[in-house]
Write a protein that binds this ligand. Structure first.
Ligand code: HEC
Length: 144
């Protein structure tokens, strides 16, 4: 019984680190070119993702915005960390739901220290896909 418990814990731990590795891999392949290796962003072009998203990760509306943003992209002026940005985030609807959950898990968890409850779920991503928006509409989901 005890061995079984230990085996289950090991499996759980490795599943979790697998998800984290997957998130980092998806980030490196798709997001890093603009948001940079540690999510530090590119001044005047792509906003910083490290440490700037924790408040939004705590609300349903914020998590819906993140899911929709990756599925549909975003265009329009934003202010992040006191700095203005006005470029376009491309749509990543070709990524699987699992990859979108993993990459947002990496961005919110690793780069923002958000708790597990404050993560985007597969249901959030499915809901976003059922209601694909124009990048300008997604911009309205972000409350400045
Ligand atoms: C071609 C460059 C580019 C790539 C690649 C890219 N982004 Fe973005 N991203 C942007 C830009 C530019 C914005 C801001 C758009 C605006 O000003 O409306 C943005 C905005 C964001 C935001 C919103 C930040 C905020 O403060 O609200 C998140 C989250 C984000 N990107 C995550 C990702 C993830 C995850 C990936 C990879 C799947 C990714 N980005 C790939 C350019 C990019």
């Amino acid at each position: 019984m005890k061995d079984l418990f230990i085996a289950a814990m090991v499996l759980l731990a490795s599943a979790q680190s697998f998800a984290q590795d997957r998130g980092l891999e998806v980030f490196s392949r798709n997001c890093m070119v603009c948001h940079q290796e540690k999510g530090e962003g590119m001044p005047g072009f792509a906003p910083k993702l490290a440490g700037t998203l924790v408040n939004r990760s705590k609300t349903e509306a914020g998590r819906r915005y993140f899911a929709q943003l990756v599925v549909s992209g975003m265009m329009g002026p934003i202010i992040s960390g006191g700095e203005k940005f006005n470029a376009a985030m491309p749509s990543f609807s070709t990524l699987s739901n699992e990859d979108i959950v993993a990459v947002l898990g990496y961005v919110l968890g690793e780069l923002n220290g958000a708790s597990n409850e404050a993560h985007v779920t597969a249901e959030d991503v499915s809901a976003a896909r059922r209601q694909v928006m124009s990048p300008v509409m997604v911009h309205r989901l972000r409350d400045r």
